[in-house]
Design a protein around this ligand. Sequence first.
Ligand SMILES: Cc1cc2nc3c(=O)[nH]c(=O)nc-3n(C[C@H](O)[C@H](O)[C@H](O)COP(=O)(O)O)c2cc1C
Length: 222
Amino acid sequence: MKKLLFILTLAVVAAFSACGPSTGSGTAAAGTEANATEDNKNETIMSTTMQDLLTRRSVRSYTDSIPPREVIEEICKAGTYAPTGMNRQAPIIVAVTNREVRDRLSKLNAAVFGPDNDSDPFYGAPVVLVVLADTTAAFTWKEDGSLVMGNLLNAAHAKGLGSCWIHRAKEVFETEEGKAILTDLGIDANKYVGIGNCILGYVKGDYPEARPRKENYVYWIE
Ligand SMILES: Cc1cc2nc3c(=O)[nH]c(=O)nc-3n(C[C@H](O)[C@H](O)[C@H](O)COP(=O)(O)O)c2cc1C
């Protein structure tokens, strides 16, 4: 709700700025005004991006509802636009909305803690975007995959969904069952290593607060 109000405020400010007094007429002035409008638009987008980056939190409680496929596709698209070493695009995303496969992945993930673990490491989230990376495509495969994960988490937040990085994708896709899931999709299970699971869904309950940042996070050399 707060986010929505913030975006609306920015939109209103941008609209008013765009309608401000004209500084002249003719082609040159029109060009200036057009640029100013473009600048305002960019500023609005930038502010919204900053706001999203600062307000994204790991969500650990979800409703059962699966978000529309178009929204999940957009989030995946944001993932595919992450930077990658030498643009080799080593990562891939396996988007799981199928309940049976989602539950199997959850069980395999829980089993990494021990055979008797029957928790749901996906916290009830109905969608899992698994990021894996081709270890033969670029030596930056792990960094590339992590950036894809970051884009997915932030894009999910920007689309109004909850998300969280759930680890142990590496171990899960080292199991025979995990490898079989990849093989069924035509993915070479020997080349790809799991980076992380981005769980997605509608937030159930309160949205988490950010914990304070540690001191000395940033060092300056000016
Ligand atoms: C590499 C990595 C692995 C993570 N693995 C898990 C996980 O397995 N389960 C979980 O609940 N959260 C996991 N998280 C989420 C972190 O716990 C979370 O980002 C951190 O507590 C900060 O909270 P925030 O994301 O709300 O800022 C992981 C985060 C990262 C970056």
